[in-house]
Design a protein around this ligand. Structure first.
Ligand code: COA
Length: 360
């Protein structure tokens, strides 16, 4: 039986996450994502994925220490990054720099310690490269700050506001993991040959880099820029829909109701409403657009997807569009490493067949 793109084929049995697109549910290790996003930090959510259970206070503290002490990248890695062509995109920089991390300590079998190290250095690689491109001094990691706050600190050199850290951290928790998508699959395929954790993650980064997977927020950012202020939302949205254009950041292939990640982000942003103009604008645009979509496209169940709020958050923290997919990678690496660990537990090498349709 041939299924293009392996659509609908079950390629692994997993205890990591579950997606129900009809009900709009996403579960990590038995816990609904909306509950997790309300109460956990990035490190606690990563703990849940890696270890399979929610950490105690002591376990969470221990993981934070391990994450922050693993943030530093070597001089050799900095030299490699420095010598890469200036026009190399950030995903390629990440893939290349991470390859340089591969050595004996990453040999089979993969471990949680390796997962922690790779997760801890990705923001540092991004921020270091970004400082070179912007010709600014690099802000070395700040051990006082948690993962998401430190990422923003390294990028900007200042301690970010709570509203902004909460928004980014919630986005990162919600995008840690999403089932057997193309990048998780490629990580598992590489791991299934008993290759090392670094090779599995570089495979996944190469897969995430493709525009059909990693996504581009620019469409949503363009929409929010075009709207500009709350009072223009309805007019711009109607104009676009009347011209037959699609509204960027709305609709989803899998979720035929609310994308639970977008809902959770919305809830989080509402908590700090009034603190940031671009986040407030996004909340207003969402409710206006949903109302008008239901009027113009009744019954199509068009709601906000996670890209919408991701873009709004990126805009509010002034993250350049080319840092969007790398930032997504900084959270998704937790899901990939968890898939690699699960694959290794009960490993069978992936070896599907192809059907020959050429000349005989
Ligand atoms: N704005 C306006 N109308 C939309 C829409 C949007 N964002 N998304 C879907 N529709 C409409 C389609 O025009 C179609 O209308 P019709 O029945 O009158 O022809 C109907 O809803 C079904 O759309 P379809 O393209 O078949 O849905 P899909 O499930 O195949 O596509 C997406 C899903 C994500 C590709 C689609 O919703 C989209 O292009 N969204 C905008 C881009 C985006 O945000 N991408 C990021 C996704 S994570």
């Amino acid at each position: 039986m041939f299924k293009e793109g392996l659509k609908g084929i079950v390629a692994a049995r997993t205890k990591i996450s579950h997606i129900d697109g009809e009900q709009g549910v996403l579960i990590y290790r038995g816990h609904e994502i909306r509950d997790l996003a309300k109460s956990l930090t990035f490190e606690e959510a990563a703990y849940l994925l890696w270890y399979g259970y929610l950490p105690s206070g002591e376990e969470a503290r221990e993981l934070k220490i391990q994450m922050s002490s693993n943030r530093y990248i070597s001089q050799a890695m900095k030299d490699i990054i420095r010598h890469l062509p200036v026009d190399m995109d950030m995903m390629s920089v990440l893939r290349t720099a991470l390859s340089a991390e591969g050595s004996k300590e990453y040999s089979w079998k993969p471990t949680i310690k390796q997962a922690i190290r790779l997760t801890a250095i990705i923001p540092t690689i991004i921020a270091f490269r970004n400082s070179l491109l912007e010709q600014k001094p690099f802000n070395e990691p700040n051990e006082e700050l948690d993962h998401a706050a430190n990422y923003l600190y390294m990028l900007t050199g200042s301690i970010p506001s709570n509203a902004v850290v909460n928004a980014l951290e919630t986005y990162m928790i919600l995008t840690l993991e999403h089932g057997m998508n193309a990048s998780a699959f490629s990580a598992r395929v590489t791991a299934s040959t008993e290759s090392d954790m670094v090779s599995s993650i570089t495979s996944a980064i190469g897969t995430m880099k493709g525009p059909l997977h990693g996504g581009a927020p620019s469409g949503v950012i363009d929409l929010l820029n075009l709207i500009g202020t709350v009072d223009r939302a309805e007019m711009v949205i109607r104009e676009k829909l009347n011209k037959g254009e699609k509204l960027m950041g709305f609709g989803h292939r899998v979720y035929k109701t609310h994308d639970p990640r977008a809902l959770a982000l919305r809830e989080k942003l509402l908590e700090s409403s009034g603190a940031d103009d671009s986040l407030d604008l996004a909340i207003h645009v969402e409710s206006t657009a949903i109302k008008i979509l239901e009027e113009i496209k009744p019954g199509r169940s068009l709601y906000t997807n996670v890209e919408f709020y991701a873009a709004a958050i990126m805009k509010s923290i002034n993250l350049k569009a080319d840092l969007f997919t790398p930032t997504f990678t900084a959270s998704r690496v937790v899901g990939w490493t968890t898939h690699v660990l699960e694959q290794a537990e009960n490993n069978v090498i992936y070896r599907p067949k192809s059907e020959y349709i050429g000349e005989l």
